[in-house]
Design a protein around this ligand. Structure first.
Ligand SMILES: [Zn+2]
Length: 292
């Protein structure tokens, strides 16, 4: 049964020592958010903030993807390159096949890759629900091998599988909720109201940051690529290439993927262990849509 936020009497709330007094409603909201936070874990066992459900994130992402692809098409920015399309379809299909084996609920996703004609941009992304995009600059400027490209796609798919989109949306919503609580509790100069917003922000700060999500996607993505029959060492070489390129013109990928300082060392330490997951024969590519 949902608690009635308005039925609580303010006198029942006693402020904690050292904190400004908050209304019952604010404390209850923060307590509920903390409870929700404690109840959700990622595939690697990490505690996640999740007040936006993965289903909502997938539905919202579907709308955003359709709109993005339509705009790219209107601007003639989709890449018509049959040879590259076949390569992307084969490699991504094998990575997705290992994702579906490992996480069967993703079999229902709309796995797809939009090929974007942008030789300057080194980037790729995956929305909730398996809708992905690859910029031609990623493959061309880094001169990616098949194994390296597989690790990039494994990394991107893992962001979606680990519900990182829903997590980021939840953080944004939490920030808005904190502001809304502050607004309901009084004017912005009210110290109690400011404390409610600050406390909501503190809840967010205690959560793993995006670098932790990056490490999670690195590890999960490496496993997916290796289970798809690709060389585990390529997870390290792709980051070496990314770093080398960063010294001249920083790739977009690095700004949208904040890097833990020891990322390459973390990946290198996993190569031997991940090697034992290699299949005797690679999986058949899973059917995916190539949007071009
Ligand atoms: Zn990432």
């Amino acid at each position: 049964m949902k608690p009635d936020l308005n039925s609580l009497h303010p006198d029942r709330c006693r402020p904690l020592r050292g904190l400004n007094p908050l209304s019952c409603r604010s404390w209850l909201l923060v307590a509920l958010l903390a409870f929700v936070t404690a109840c959700v874990t990622s595939p690697t066992g990490r505690r996640q903030l999740m007040i936006v459900s993965p289903e909502v994130a997938i539905a919202e992402s579907a709308n955003a993807y359709v709109q993005t692809v339509r705009e790219l098409d209107n601007d003639d920015e989709l890449l018509d390159d049959p040879e590259l399309a076949r390569r992307v379809e084969e490699i991504t299909g094998r990575v997705v096949a290992s994702a579906v084996q490992r996480y069967p609920h993703t079999a229902d996703w709309q796995w797809s890759v939009a090929l974007i004609d942008d030789p300057e941009t080194v980037n790729a992304w995956c929305m909730a629900g398996g809708r992905m995009a690859v910029y031609s600059g990623l493959i061309e400027r880094l001169a990616l091998t098949d194994d390296e490209f597989a690790h990039v796609m494994g990394h991107e798919a893992s962001h979606a599988i680990a519900n990182h989109t829903a997590e980021r949306m939840s953080l944004a919503l939490l920030t808005q909720l904190g502001i809304a609580v502050a607004a309901r509790d009084g004017d912005e100069n009210n110290p109690a109201a400011l404390s409610a917003a600050a406390l909501a922000a503190q809840v967010a700060i205690t959560l793993p940051n995006s670098r932790t999500a990056e490490s999670e996607a690195d590890r999960m993505g490496m496993e997916l690529a290796v289970r798809a029959g690709y060389d585990p060492a390529a997870a390290v070489s792709v980051w070496s290439k990314m770093e080398a390129l960063g010294e001249s013109r920083p790739p977009q990928f690095l700004s949208s993927h904040p890097s833990p300082d020891d990322r390459r060392a973390q990946l290198a330490a996993l190569v031997e262990q991940m090697g034992s997951l290699a299949p005797s024969s690679p999986p058949q590519p899973y059917p995916i849509d190539i949007v071009n």
